[in-house]
Design a protein around this ligand. Sequence first.
Ligand SMILES: [Mg+2]
Length: 414
Amino acid sequence: MVMDRVIFHCDCNGYYASIECLLNPSLKNVPMAVAGNPENRHGIILAKNEIAKQAGVLTAETINEAKRKCPNLVTVKPHHDLYKEYSTKINQLYLNYSEHVEPFSIDESFIDVSQTWFNFANSPKELADQIREKIKTEIGITISIGVSYNKVFAKLGSDLKKPDATTVIAKHEIKDKVWTLPINRLIYVGKVTEKKLRNLNINTIGDLARLEPSFLEQLLGKQGKTLSIYARGLDDAKVPKFTEVEEAKSIGNGTTFEKDLTTWPEIKKGLKDLSAEVSQRLQTAAKTASVIQVQLKTFDFQVRSRQMTLFNPVEEFIEIYQTALKLMTELWDEKTPIRLLAVTATNLQDTATAYRQISMLEWQNPAQQNSWKEAKNKQEQADKIQQLVNQINQDIGDSSLQLGLKENGKQSQS
Ligand SMILES: [Mg+2]
């Protein structure tokens, strides 16, 4: 008999807000929110603490809207570097329990503890509780953990009880714990899909599971097939090793020069060769990058680096080279001799599905979502676009700009 896997999905509760409260404990006892642009009343709420949540403050609304419900709301600006730093620390803690740790977003990770949980506890649930305590005492924030035999239900579980809770969904419990839930609780069921399904009176995950898979595939294409597999509890996606995730994250190339570089022509030549190789490797791997980083080491071993996030992911030599050159003009003082140069492409995505430009028609049609990574990017893109739309609407003083929907090839307005 094959044993069920044991997979955790760990989700930090109100992550940005929790980190801000950690660094400034006086924020703990007041309603507070992290907002994109706190000086501007049109700035958008990115996260809120439990008190603000109780007062009705919502993520993605404007400060104006939030303050109408919660007049004494304190807003702070985001510290993204810090969130990243803590995210790394948290994943390092998870790595004590298994080498199969896969960050899913800045504050969410999957851990496969199938081969290890019994080294730490009497049950998977006990280990999950132990990890929650560990994060609480060593980091100072709370997390929710979903425990199940596949990633989809582990993720679902972490969402069911929060903050600071463990939810177990065993195979024999699917009927009671999963199939009774509304369809939008299932990952990848967005607003468009939800509407389509509800129109057909498919309202719960159980309704989905009981449908003929071929019917769902006809209705929603590839996504329908995936959702059917998920609803029936048949997802078998693996949690890769953390080292594998890290390796896949960037493609970079550096050179230490025999003679220090001191002129622009020399530096341009160096950047050109490095960019060409990075481009080549990206294309071989069928990846595009949305962040380009340049690093240099001076003759006296000082290391400096700078990176740029690009609106459109790139893989072409010329795009990488131009970005690298631009970064270099900001980095180099035009006199310090340079010993080492490196160009690195990060935030990689599969070229086939990479996001090329803001297409308000495309982003809501998740027909091609197959891998978890893509979904994450899609979600981030969707969030970003929603924020942009909110911002533009606020600026022009009405809500005339809405997201266009595309269904069955026809264009309609939502
Ligand atoms: Mg979270």
